[in-house]
Design a protein around this ligand. Structure first.
Ligand code: ADP
Length: 420
């Protein structure tokens, strides 16, 4: 193994796995932290996906360190801590504290923090994170229920999460090339450990940054920061120079779309699929709570629709409806109710013959993958930026497209299935 990645959620892990695979690495993704002593699969890069973004800080640190040990034991030469391109976190963490713990474990005096993903509209300039044309603090992320992002200045945001001094390497310096950036980083860390927020407004910036960090043990950031890393291993003669795409063949069988995301993009994707005539069943959280809608009733409907054409099961709703449900059932309870049902439905549908699953929503994807009992994923071709097809790499014939809420074009569901 060359690169070990520790990712703080499942769809974010798939996103970075795709980035590395596109750059010619053989990549495997684990679902959950490997047990102590469990050998990791053979690959150029292994991405360990956790669900630690909003967990208590101590838990996030413990899991991240356990993942780090497993990756190092399997030979990882460099570690990347992957988080969201909108820097999802609070003043308590978990980005700063996890980065601190990893720096200590790896003996690093220096790491970078760069969530930029220009292809998806996330750029960092003069330390400020932009989402499309607006500052992070003016984007919908300001109202996120768990990690509201109300400050776009990442130096300030990260400094509130760590005692390690946080510094900035701004874009004009990045534009001077890898050696200049390396010198700047060394100068910033000469008096002691530092975390350096690094600007990036283009893929070129990310490649320069990756090259400048070739000799450092730890990087942190979004999937974009991974862009330049495979070439470092190529330059060192550790990775084949060709970037041949891996062969990917999805298991054959009926397809289902399971959508538990309520993001604006997913609402559009559900509406589009319905308008295209995809048979669909809407889930009603209140009916689930009252046992009027159950795994059995959903399954009855779904089995009648499993066949050559996909069907859609969704709880996706607009913010007003979600708010009403949350007021009645509680935020966490309503989320868990639906996630639990979709996980059981996914398992039952697999038993009934379904083999291809398109899933919308980060938490929803975690629940569905758990319901299906998949612990290892192979990365396949890209559907939209940040979202690849994957398939179970631990024996079960299952293909999965796991989409984080706000990713994908309007026709994502049908486009994904048409690719297979
Ligand atoms: P995203 O990637 O868009 O954030 P997630 O799946 O991570 O999507 O999160 C969506 C959350 O909202 C899940 O916990 C899901 O169970 C919950 N949810 C889905 N539909 C509804 C609904 N109609 N009412 C309330 N909560 C819902």
């Amino acid at each position: 193994m060359l690169l070990g990645v520790i990712a703080d959620d499942l769809t974010g892990a798939t996103d970075v796995a795709l980035m590395l695979s596109r750059e010619g690495m053989r990549v495997v993704q684990t679902v959950g932290v490997p047990a102590k002593g469990q050998p990791l699969p053979e690959a150029d890069a292994v991405v360990v996906s956790m669900k630690s973004r909003t967990n208590p800080v101590e838990e996030a640190i413990a899991w991240s360190l356990q993942a780090c040990e497993a990756l190092l034991a399997s030979g990882a030469k460099q570690i990347l801590f992957k988080y969201c391109s909108t820097f999802d976190s609070t003043d308590q963490g978990n980005i700063g504290p996890v980065a601190d713990a990893l720096m200590t474990r790896l003996g690093s005096r220096l790491t970078v923090a760069c969530p930029a993903f220009p292809e998806n509209g996330r750029s960092v300039y003069r330390g400020h994170l932009f989402v499309g044309d607006v500052l992070l603090s003016d984007s919908p992320m300001k109202d996120h229920p768990l990690t509201p992002m109300r400050d776009a200045n990442l130096v300030r945001v990260l400094q509130r999460q760590t005692k390690t001094p946080v510094r900035l390497v701004a874009q004009p310096m990045i534009a001077q090339g890898a050696q200049a950036v390396r010198d700047a980083l060394q100068a910033l860390s000469k008096d002691g450990p530092v975390m350096v927020v690094a600007d990036a407004i283009s893929n070129q910036d990310l490649r320069i940054l990756g090259e400048a960090m070739a000799d450092e043990m730890l990087l942190t950031g979004g999937s974009g920061i991974a862009l330049g890393l495979p070439d470092n291993f190529r330059r060192a003669g550790l990775l084949a120079s060709n970037k041949t795409a891996s062969s990917f063949s999805a298991p054959k069988g009926p397809a289902v779309i399971l959508s538990g995301s309520c993001s604006a993009a997913t609402n559009g994707q559900v509406a589009y699929a319905k308008a295209q005539g995809v048979p669909s069943l809407g889930l009603d959280p209140l009916a689930i709570a009252d046992q009027k809608q159950t795994v059995a009733t959903v399954l009855d409907w779904a089995q009648a629709h499993l066949g050559d054409k996909p069907c859609l099961i969704y709880s996706t709703a607009h913010p007003e409806a979600v708010k009403q449900v949350q007021e009645r059932l509680g935020r966490d309870q309503s989320g868990q109710l639906i996630e639990h049902l979709l996980a059981e439905v996914a398992h039952a549908l697999f038993e009934a013959g379904a083999r291809r699953f398109v899933v919308a929503g980060g938490e929803t994807s975690g629940a569905v993958v758990q319901g299906l009992g998949v612990s290892l994923l192979e990365i396949g071709p890209e559907i939209d930026p940040g979202v690849p097809w994957t398939k179970a790499a631990d024996g079960k014939p299952i293909a999965l497209a796991l989409k984080s809420g706000n990713f994908g074009t309007e026709d994502f569901f049908l486009k994904a299935l048409a690719m297979l």
